[in-house]
Design a protein around this ligand. Structure first.
Ligand code: SF4
Ligand SMILES: [Zn+2]
Length: 347
């Protein structure tokens, strides 16, 4: 095990999961999304499975999804009961996003027959079904069986590539797979007529704001031939993670909302993929934020851009804190590591 792998593992060793009901999903809600250029309703379901296999062995530096997982086996019957509970609030939304805080295609989380049963139930109404998976579970066998058993109108698989840079992915994120493996999975998805969504991580630990922004923009270029949708995932501080460890020591600041705006504008000119960003915890101290005064209007513009893809939504956005953000981009590389978050600095 490398040092970063051991470090990530250390956060799970002494972790006691909260008592959870194995028949209740983590959460489900309705939101806006885009289907073939039209804004429609989407229903999001997060199932509580055993958890991501990678998180169980070590996990990624920023990911606290295991906080929501059972960490022990969940029976097929309980998993289906969760799905049925979630479906009680389904109102026929055209898009269904079905997440597990891990990999939907991993049969140790959701056995193949149950994957098929759930997908086939959803395909009766939904026009697009979106799931997530690490690339190792995107196989000829898993995709072939889905294609053979279910007639899906539009099937999308999201992969958390995070960056096209193997060194950053290995050392700063501890992701456990390579860009080559992502490309292979993306090609296989295309072969099976599925759509590819790629998650890109803004501000992993150990990178400055500028290094990460440049890395994300380069990733848009490198993934352009493989992905249909590029979803920027700005880091938020999740519990029991390396990122939280650094943040508690004032050695990490979540990304600026200005960096998200910059990424969306630049990426749109680089790739033909649909480019979006769902900001989790935006404007809060643990989430991506600006000065506090402008956060709401910038978040609103990011949300709007993510639906309509028009850079005009950012025109006229400005705030005194933009200068501070620019200074950080210029000066942080001269400091030893990431700058502290002065908005929460209270010596
Ligand atoms: S980010 Fe994805 S692959 Fe990494 S630990 Fe979390 S769920 Fe697993
Ligand atoms: Zn501001």
């Amino acid at each position: 095990m490398s040092e970063i792998t051991t470090f990530c593992h250390s956060f799970k060793k002494d972790f006691t999961p909260r008592a959870q009901n194995p028949r209740q999903p983590v959460r489900c809600w309705s939101e806006k999304d885009v289907l073939d250029g039209t804004i429609v309703d989407a229903y999001v379901i997060i199932l509580r499975t055993r958890g991501c296999a990678w998180a169980l062995s070590s996990g990624c530096t920023m990911c606290g999804y295991f906080n929501d997982s059972m960490l022990t086996a969940v029976s097929d019957e309980d998993l289906f009961a969760q799905f049925e509970t979630a479906m009680q609030n389904y109102k026929g939304e055209k898009i269904v996003k079905l997440f597990t805080s891990g990999s939907f295609l991993d049969t140790s989380e959701i056995p193949a027959p149950l994957q098929h049963k759930i997908l086939s139930t959803l395909s009766q109404n939904a026009e697009k079904i979106s799931v997530e998976s690490r690339p190792e579970y995107v196989t000829e066998k898993s995709l072939g069986a889905i294609q053979k058993n279910i007639s899906l109108k539009k099937f999308e698989v999201g992969i958390g590539l995070e960056t096209s840079n193997d060194l950053v992915r290995e050392k700063a994120i501890n992701k456990g797979f390579t860009f080559q493996e992502y490309k292979k999975a993306a090609a296989l998805l295309k072969k099976h007529k599925a759509h590819v969504k790629t998650y890109v991580l803004l501000k992993p630990p150990f990178l400055t704001e500028k290094e990460s922004l440049d890395d994300c923009i380069k990733t848009s270029k490198d993934t352009a031939p493989y992905t249909d949708l590029l979803s920027l995932n700005p880091t938020n501080i999740q519990r029991h993670t390396v990122v939280e460890y650094l943040w508690n020591r004032n050695q990490y600041r979540p990304p600026w909302l200005w960096s998200i705006v910059e990424f969306l504008q630049q990426s749109k000119s680089i790739t033909d993929a649909f480019v979006k960003c769902d900001v989790v915890g935006g404007g809060s101290i643990r989430g991506p934020h600006n000065c506090g005064d402008c956060d709401n209007k910038v978040l609103q513009a990011i949300e709007e851009f993510s639906l309509i893809q028009n850079k005009e939504v950012f025109r006229g956005l400005s705030c005194r804190c933009q200068e501070q953000w620019r200074d950080q981009l210029d000066l942080e590389s001269l400091s030893f590591g990431s700058l502290v978050d002065f908005t929460r600095w209270n010596p």
